[in-house]
Design a protein around this ligand. Structure first.
Ligand SMILES: [Zn+2]
Length: 342
């Protein structure tokens, strides 16, 4: 059963006065096709795979309202409309009890979210886009970055439409980026915090570059020189370990991390910068594996007299100070000794 609703060249007057009205008019997952000045080529934009990440849909709404025509055809796929519509609007990553849509882009395509993921991939196949950009927001506040599975000039060019930071990762989570990548250059762009006005503005500026330019792959001048972070590792707490954030060690917690940790997002932190305090040895508290499944904890962290430090100069990102997210997902991503692309 097809779930995605198709719209072609909607007029500014047909999409409501606000992005919230646009969402209500869509009512469910949708594919908006915009004819380009050059109709021989097509680019794809995917957004709202997570219902609480509105920047991409806001940018698309603004584009349609502007009445502009893109350089080439654009197929715009809007995923978790139902989750976004659940009150309060744009607050649910997914509906309660269903799978994360951006973990469903790999077989078997089961359940409602799996079938929707499969249908999105079919739409992409039909249009055979020259590129795919999947726009997201981060949960917390922080700078923008791109994510892709490997590095070349095409991926560089796509990410640099939005940001100067790129993460290259071989994690296999079932994200759209990982499977679409086999057919078309595909990148994920995290434009910044979901409540952050700057993130909405960046999504708009990047979308304009993506839609407007005659060429978006190799050949155009990059907007920025990219800072590339290769193969980040995720730092996890072991089961049962208690966590707190604070300015002094919390006597009830096994691990206390600094309250101001988020300031280190995308900063390179030196080995003498204290990150917090721990009780017990590192291995009993944390685990961290690289893409090959090897334990890399000792190359990430060290402990001196109960104080926690990076083992070496390390770039940290996706840092959270939310205990629930830190426990269920991870504390942060880390790349020891960041490399910057030439
Ligand atoms: Zn997301």
């Amino acid at each position: 059963m097809r779930r995605v609703r198709f719209l072609r060249n909607p007029l500014a007057t047909e999409i409501g006065d606000t992005v919230e009205e646009f969402l209500q008019i869509l009512g469910g997952p949708a594919s908006v096709f915009l004819d380009g000045r050059d109709t021989r080529r097509t680019r794809a934009l995917v957004t709202l795979l997570h219902g609480n990440e509105p920047s991409g849909l806001m940018a698309l709404f603004r584009w349609i309202k502007s009445g502009r025509q893109p350089a080439v055809n654009c197929v715009c796929i809007i995923g978790s409309v139902e989750a976004a519509l659940r009150p309060p609007l744009f607050s649910h990553r997914m509906l309660p009890g269903v799978r994360d849509l951006n973990r469903c882009f790999k077989p078997p395509f089961e359940g409602a979210e799996g079938l929707l993921a499969e249908e999105i991939l079919q739409i992409l196949r039909v249009h055979h886009p020259e590129a795919v950009i999947d726009l997201h927001n981060t949960s917390g506040s922080g700078p923008a970055f791109g994510v892709c599975t490997h590095l070349d000039r095409e991926h560089d060019a796509l990410v640099s439409l939005f940001t100067e930071r790129m993460i290259v990762t071989r994690l296999n989570l079932g994200a759209l980026m990982e499977i679409s990548e086999h057919s078309y250059p595909t990148v994920t762009v995290e434009v910044g915090g979901r409540l952050d006005e700057r993130a909405h503005e960046l999504a708009w500026e990047g979308l304009c570059r993506y839609f407007d330019r005659d060429r978006v792959l190799a050949g155009d001048e990059p907007v920025w020189a990219l800072e590339v972070l290769q193969d980040p590792v995720r730092l996890h707490l072991n089961p049962g370990v208690t966590l707190a954030y604070g300015e002094v060690p919390d006597s009830t917690a096994d691990v206390t991390l600094r309250q101001d940790m988020e300031h280190f997002n995308f900063a390179t932190v030196g080995p003498d910068e204290p990150l917090g305090w721990i009780r017990g040895d590192l291995r009993s508290l944390f685990w961290a594996q690289d893409a090959g499944g090897r334990c890399v904890l000792s190359s990430l962290l060290r402990c001196v007299g109960g104080r926690l430090y990076p083992a070496t100069a390390t770039t940290l990102f996706m840092i959270t100070t939310n205990v629930v997210i830190a426990r269920s997902d991870c504390l942060f991503y880390a790349v020891p000794q960041a490399r910057v692309s030439p």
